[in-house]
Design a protein around this ligand. Sequence first.
Ligand code: F3S
Length: 392
Amino acid sequence: MELTREEEEILAGREGETRQRMMELLVGLGRVFSASRLVPVASAQVSGASYKTIGRWGLAWLESLDAEVTVPTILNPVGMDRERWREAGIPPDFAENQERVLAVYRRLGVRLECTCTPYEILPPRRGDHLAWAESSAVVYANSVIGARTNREGGPGALAAAIIGKTPCYGLHLDRERAPRLVIRAEGFSRAGRGPDHFGALGFLAGRIAGNRVPFLRGIRPTAGQMKAMGAAMAASGAVALFHVEGVTPEAERWLPGAAGLEEYPITPAETEELLRETEVEAVAVGCPHCSPGELASIARLLRGKRVIKPLFIFTSRHAIEENRALVEEIEASGARVYADTCMVVSPLMDPFTSVMVDSGKAYAYVPSLCGAMVRLGTREDCIREATGGARE
Ligand code: F3S
């Protein structure tokens, strides 16, 4: 791997031990994946932020670091709402350790927005190289925006944030962005209701694609539907980039090559199978974090209703601060809107044995990471379940 003189100096430890360790990590990664050089990144997004997932060894590693990030860097959700953790019933010893994790990231210069939708706060441009770690944000940046990022691990993203560069391999390269299979999803409407649930479609597509780049045909999803679909594909498979014919920015370029690829159908009947109704104790919405538009639609659905089952809604602190009136309207129903965290990375779902979600990603993760049975529905289904409303 070819390094510049400046990069060699960092590697030799002339800029401090932490920068040296971070450079060693990047060079090691680059060698494993046969990168020819490092490429500068426009921003980084760091995972490994919840004390629930990193535990004491992760915290000890973080506390050993002494450097600052050199590009704008945002943190992934942590294990609790930083302002309302007591009210949410988070144990004080967990909160104390979570605060220690946050203190390290603050010292390193990382922005503590704690969200899995960094594109709402630091929107990248098409062609930008990034070092993002959150799988749902990675697939959105690559597919919907046309930026370029691999699915970084937490330490790799942090190393890139500190050095300002990442090894140039994988989705940073043109040739790796070519589709490898076609998924034909016909009979799905734009509405995304009932069997047209795009989270369910993404869940099925991810299982077919694995870690390959799929080229989707037969749908015209909105950006919000692609957010849900991509997050699910990244969770049930390991999809980090997809193209949608006539919709995503790079689809046109790969259209001729898609003709010769193996084709897999997905029908609305298959997604309906995933949306089976079962009894649940609680409902959680906002995976990935709700956008202001999604908060507005939830407020509309809750208008004039009271929740009869715990209803948790997750979003970024930025979205809460910009939309106080909407949040108050939602909470007037008895629902709770939390920032900085989510149903998967916090202990909030621990008291429940069954949870309903509107997200294909949460559907994939809640059973293993929260130990609860999970039911998938549309956002409308979730609100109806939480408020005891009848199906229209
Ligand atoms: Fe975000 Fe948590 Fe889902 S980090 S993508 S809300 S699992």
